[in-house]
Design a protein around this ligand. Sequence first.
Ligand code: HEC
Ligand code: HEC
Length: 373
Amino acid sequence: MKQNVLRVLALSLLVSTAFVILTSLSNAQVARDQNISTTTIQAAPPEKTVEQVFKNIKVLNGLPQSQFYPVMRFMAASLGTQCGFCHVFKNGQLDSPADDKPEKQTARVMIKMVLEINKTLAQGNPTVSCYTCHRGRTSPQGGPTLPQPLPSPPSTIADGATPGASARTAPHSTPVLPSGAEILNKYITAIGGRTAVDQIHSCVIKGTTSTSSGEFVPYEADQMTPDQAYEAFTIQNVTYERVINGPRGWLKNYSGMTELIGQRLAEQKLSFPLFMILRLKDQYASLLVSAHYFDIESGLLRRRISYTPTMIGIIPQQTDFEDYREVEGLWLPFTIRGYVDAGSPIIIRKFAEIKLNVPVDKSKFNKPLPPTP
Ligand code: HEC
Ligand code: HEC
């Protein structure tokens, strides 16, 4: 688990020099957009909070159910540990409601402290998280590591220039970055041009997806513009389905069916390949907190990182786009790698074929049938 985190870090360091980053709107705008999206989608019932779902919740009260496992994984990753650091195993199973371990009790104290700090210092924004102090260790480092680097001599003297000459006059100080609109236009041109993009109304994908144990199973996805999507794969006789139908959406897995609402619906919609790729401009104009990374040379989208604010910290999620190939005049990624959140397994989708503008069975966008036990 820790290795994954390290690999992601290393990867982002490697690529950061080659990509131009486009970050979306200010927090204020994002907050406003989120308000809009939660008030306009009234069709779905409100999401349950964790104390309505789990047995022994004392401090995470009010946390939406969908954020619960991401938060657990975020805590584990922040401390560089796994579930078993705080939870006991009984008969080979995680007995998560049990309070046997002192680490779980300490974690409750820590959660309360984090909520308190953010309430006091940041008007409730999750500015301070477990990671702020822990940085991947169970006991945070209390002081700076010695030896500290020696301060380098002032650059003016090192360069042999007159002391006092302004460093601002150096010719190569700040590279001029293209504007957001320029990057998006270059991207649209790179994938095939506005006309080709506008002509797409449906898309059928067949391929494979990795599972948490690392094997690959068949995967299919169907999408229709502007906002219908269906996705399915089967692991050990359990069919996982994800459906978006305009303002409604559903997620079906081994534990049952959940209705997707609010920000979660918007996020899930964006995780469908076509919407993520083609609706980039709308995303940028309307959206959730996210950053997009484009290849400077080709102009193609390489990475998207989105941030989910939760009570105990802002949880990043990363998606990488690889293996771009041409389909009817449009360049589309045939491999999509998702780092759902720090500490969870990487999900790899490899597409064998992508067909554009073929008929789609519309009944797939209906609410899925509940799983058979
Ligand atoms: C740093 C400690 C820590 C780690 C690591 C951790 N948890 Fe937890 N977990 C807690 C605490 C504390 C609670 C209780 C929260 C509360 O009281 O509001 C909890 C509660 C839970 C519950 C609810 C149990 C119930 O029915 O009341 C589940 C399920 C759970 N954790 C699963 C996990 C899983 C799965 C992982 C690994 C991905 C994990 N946890 C990692 C500290 C941890
Ligand atoms: C302000 C800094 C800070 C923040 C933020 C913080 N911690 Fe800690 N945490 C500490 C320190 C310092 C210790 C070590 C305490 C000690 O050694 O007695 C510690 C210890 C712990 C321990 C006990 C480790 C052990 O080896 O027994 C757990 C569990 C823990 N923290 C979980 C969390 C979780 C979960 C969060 C986020 C909800 C969090 N901490 C946020 C500073 C912090």
